[in-house]
Ligand binder design. Structure first.
Ligand code: PAF
Length: 302
């Protein structure tokens, strides 16, 4: 069992080592919470860990920069690996066990021959349209990680709204016995959603990228105030972001559960956006609830 113990957190490099430990925890009746990550951790990840500690006895995190979810021209190679800092942060946030496998441990038969998990249709749109194969890589690795850890609860950030919806669908369709919990978006002082990729921004761009969140909030406000011409509203939102000097991937007003384009009488709506800065593609989203019994309002948090 390849294991290191750093203060109170155990680090496992192998699936079997992790499983042996978790068998003991499970037999002792412990509730297990799981936070999968690709490392380069920030406050947003730590909030996921803290959330897990609130409802679980044992918290497991994983760090694995999953090559299967990166496109050929994407940033897998330059994705920041900050293991020592990550370990300190995880431990400080209350994580008990860390799974830190290498590529052979996760893909022992090679990536090309790896059995894949595919959630159809809802992965072809939005981020899936501009990152073909990305969600197949995510669902494949997340299903493996869920099988390795077999947690009672797994926590994912709402910032990756489509990823969360896709994982929820996968878990439902494959009857995976885990509760999927969505955690609110952690934001910087100016509203920018925290992301490992924010580190790719130039200083000058960093001052301007808050436009994505500000403009999505403006769009949400327009809907709250009664606008239902969603296509025109998406276009105006895009124009505002483009005027701010950024190239748009998409802005889209969607049904929060199905991710279908929002209908005029939908109650739970999410406005999603993705734009390109020079060194990074940034995503964000804001949600609103239009139930007649609730005030017309933005959903708390997001
Ligand atoms: O959101 C992420 O960091 C990754 O997509 C995940 C869920 C850890 C799978 O590699």
């Amino acid at each position: 069992m390849a294991t290191a113990v750093i203060e109170n957190m155990k680090i496992f490099h192998t699936v079997s080592g992790m499983r042996d430990m978790l068998r003991v925890e499970r037999l002792a009746g412990k509730q297990i919470g799981f936070v999968p990550t690709m490392g380069n951790l920030h406050e947003g990840h730590l909030q996921l860990v803290r959330l897990a500690t609130e409802s679980c006895d044992v918290v497991v995190a994983s760090i694995f920069v999953n090559p299967l979810q990166f496109g050929l021209n994407e940033d897998w190679e330059k994705y920041p690996r900050t293991f020592d800092d990550d370990v300190r942060m995880l431990e400080g946030a209350g994580c008990n066990h860390l799974l830190y496998p290498d590529e052979n441990e996760i893909y022992p038969n090679g990536m090309a021959d790896q059995t894949r998990v595919v959630v159809p249709t809802m992965t072809d749109i939005l981020c899936g349209a501009s990152r073909p194969g990305h969600f197949e890589g995510v669902t494949t690795v997340v299903s493996k990680l869920l099988n390795i850890v077999q947690p009672d609860r797994a926590i994912f950030g709402i910032k990756d709204f489509q990823q969360l919806a896709v994982i929820r669908r996968m878990v439902e369709d494959l009857c995976i016995p885990v509760d999927i919990i969505g955690a609110e978006i952690a934001r910087d002082h100016d509203g920018l959603a925290l992301s490992s990729r924010n580190g790719y921004l130039t200083e000058e761009e960093r001052c301007r990228v808050k436009i994505l969140y500000e403009t999505l909030c403006w769009c949400r406000e327009e809907i709250v105030n009664g606008r239902r011409d969603f296509t025109l509203l998406e276009e105006s939102t895009i124009q505002k972001i483009e005027k701010g000097g950024f190239r748009i991937d998409y802005v889209s007003i969607r049904n929060a559960k199905s991710l279908e384009p929002a209908a005029h009488d939908d109650r739970d709506i999410t406005v999603l956006g993705a734009m390109y800065a020079t060194g990074a593609r940034l995503i964000d989203n804001v949600s609103l609830n239009l139930s007649p019994d609730s005030e017309l309002s933005a959903t708390a948090g997001e």
